[in-house]
Design a protein. Sequence first.
Length: 147
Amino acid sequence: MKIVDLPPGDPRLETELLPVLRELRPHLTPRLFAEVYDRGHAQGLRFSAAYDDAGTCVGVAGWRIMDTTSTLRKLYVDDLVTAASTRSAGVGRRLLAHLEAHARVEGCHEFSLDSGTHRTGAHRFYLRERLDIVAFHFSKALGTQEV
């Protein structure tokens, strides 16, 4: 397995990464994804893609390094998804290790992510990978906005 970080404008984002990402974020169209990444990249958003030995994208991580008053420097995972056809094959574990290595190089004090309350399978995976549940995440929808 090979994991690569893909910059904005890389053609693999739409053709290889997006189909896997849409398994988690089905609302993303190619245009919307490009717009989000263009704006998000300036805010630190990055994407990593995991490829199997045949060169097929089998996992995706969207992440960023951020500085906050509560945790100081941390790596925050926006998206972590493994293609349904390759789940339980170590892809998620390899992506987490790749991101943790980024976090250590960047001097992060924490590695964190949010996971929807309905994603119990993902929660079991995160707990197996030694991530702890340390907070509640509160949210308020503000209505639909065009991107």
